[in-house]
Ligand binder design. Structure first.
Ligand code: GDP
Length: 301
C-alpha cells in the first residue's frame, strides 16, 4: 500500500523513525543466513524496547519462528508485516452515523484529551457536520477556558457552567441544547484527575448514564491514552473500560516517542480498537487508525 501521498502518513512514519531504524538494523543481519534464534531474540528485544510488551513480542516471534524459507531481509519483513497486521486486527472506524451522535471523551489529565477534542471537532466540521462541545471537566477552570478557546477558534458551540459545577448538569444541558439546535455531534470533555480514582470513575459512570438515558442513535466512549507512557497506558485502558465500557482508543503523542509498539501490547492485552492516533499538536495531526498503514510506517523499506 502506498500511503505516501497523504501528509499524515509522512508524519506517522517520521514519528516511528526510532523504532523503524532499530528494526532495520536487525533485518539487515538476516542477509545470507537463515532466521536463527539469535536474530529472533534481537527482534523480540526490539519489540519489547518499543513497548510492545513481553507477551505481544513473544507472540510475534513465535509466529515468525514457524515461518519457512525466510532467507532475506525482504522475506522477514514481509512475514513480520503480515503477523503484525493480523495482531492489530481490522480497522474500526468511529461511529457518528446516524446522527445525532455523542462522543464521551475520557482520559487522564495531560494525555491530550482537550487537544484531541479540538482535532475531532475540526475533522467533523470539515466533514460537513455540526458540532457542539460540552465542558464537563468542571474541576479544572483552565480546562473549561482551554475548551472555550478551541470552540471559538473552530466556530462551534460550547456548553459550559461555572468551575466547580456539576458535570452531570453540564451534560444534561448540552443534550438539551443539542436537540434544540439539531446538532449532529456532541463531544463531551470529562475530568481526568486520577488521584481521586474512585470518585472519578463514579462521576464518569454517572455521565454515561445521563447520556444513555437520552439514547442517542450513535455513541462513542473514546479513551485518550498517551503513547509515550507505554505500559501505563494499558493500566489506564483497563481502569476506564471497567467503569464505562470504552468503545475505542485514541493514542496520542506517537510523534517523538520510540514506544509506538505499545499498539501491539494494547491489541494483545486490552482488546479495544484504536480508532485514532495523534501525531502532533496541530489540528490536522489526528489520523484514523489503519493497522495496515501503521505497520507500513513501522517497518523499514
Ligand atoms: P489534557 O489535559 O488531557 O486535556 O491534555 P491537553 O490536550 O491539554 O494536552 C496536553 C499536552 O499534550 C499539550 O501540550 C498538547 O499540545 C500535547 N499534545 C496533545 N496531543 C498530542 C500529540 O498527538 N502529539 C504531541 N506531540 N503533543 C500532543
Amino acid at each position: 500500500m502506498n500511503g505516501g501521498a497523504r501528509p499524515w502518513f509522512a508524519r506517522l512514519r517520521e514519528s516511528l523513525t526510532r523504532t523503524r531504524d532499530t528494526l532495520a538494523l536487525q533485518l539487515e543481519t538476516v542477509t545470507g543466513r537463515a532466521l536463527d534464534d539469535a536474530v529472533l531474540a534481537e527482534l523480540e528485544e526490539t519489540l519489547i524496547l518499543a513497548d510492545a510488551g513481553a507477551p505481544a513480542a513473544a507472540a510475534v516471534i513465535d509466529r515468525l519462528r514457524t515461518e519457512r524459507g525466510l532467507r532475506t531481509p525482504a522475506d522477514v519483513r514481509a512475514a513480520l508485516a503480515r503477523i503484525l497486521r493480523e495482531m492489530l486486527g481490522p480497522p474500526v472506524p468511529m461511529r457518528v452515523d446516524p446522527p445525532p451522535a455523542v462522543i464521551l471523551v475520557l482520559g487522564v489529565n495531560g494525555t491530550g484529551k482537550t487537544t484531541t477534542i479540538a482535532k475531532l471537532a475540526a475533522r467533523l466540521r470539515a466533514d460537513g457536520r455540526t458540532v457542539m462541545l460540552a465542558a464537563a471537566d468542571t474541576f479544572r477552570a483552565a480546562a473549561i477556558e482551554q475548551l472555550a478557546v478551541w470552540a471559538q477558534r473552530l466556530g462551534v458551540d460550547l456548553v459550559r457552567h461555572q468551575p466547580g459545577g456539576d458535570p452531570g448538569a453540564v451534560v444534561f444541558d448540552a443534550l438539551t441544547a443539542m436537540r434544540a439546535r439539531s446538532i449532529d455531534v456532541l463531544i463531551v470533555d470529562t475530568a481526568g484527575r486520577l488521584h481521586t480514582k474512585v470518585n472519578l470513575m463514579e462521576e464518569l459512570r454517572k455521565l454515561n448514564r445521563i447520556i444513555a438515558r437520552e439514547a442517542p442513535p450513535s455513541m462513542e466512549r473514546l479513551l485518550v491514552l498517551d503513547a509515550s507512557t507505554g505500559q501505563n497506558a494499558i493500566a489506564q485502558a483497563r481502569l476506564f473500560h471497567e467503569a464505562v465500557e470504552v468503545t475505542g482508543l485514541v493514542l496520542t503523542k506517537l510523534d517523538g516517542t520510540a514506544k509506538g509498539g505499545v499498539l501491539f501490547a494494547i491489541a494483545r492485552e486490552v482488546e479495544l480498537p484504536v480508532k485514532f492516533v495523534g501525531t502532533g499538536e496541530g489540528l490536522d495531526d489526528l489520523a484514523s487508525f489503519d493497522p495496515e498503514e501503521f505497520v507500513e510506517a513501522l517497518l523499514p523499506g
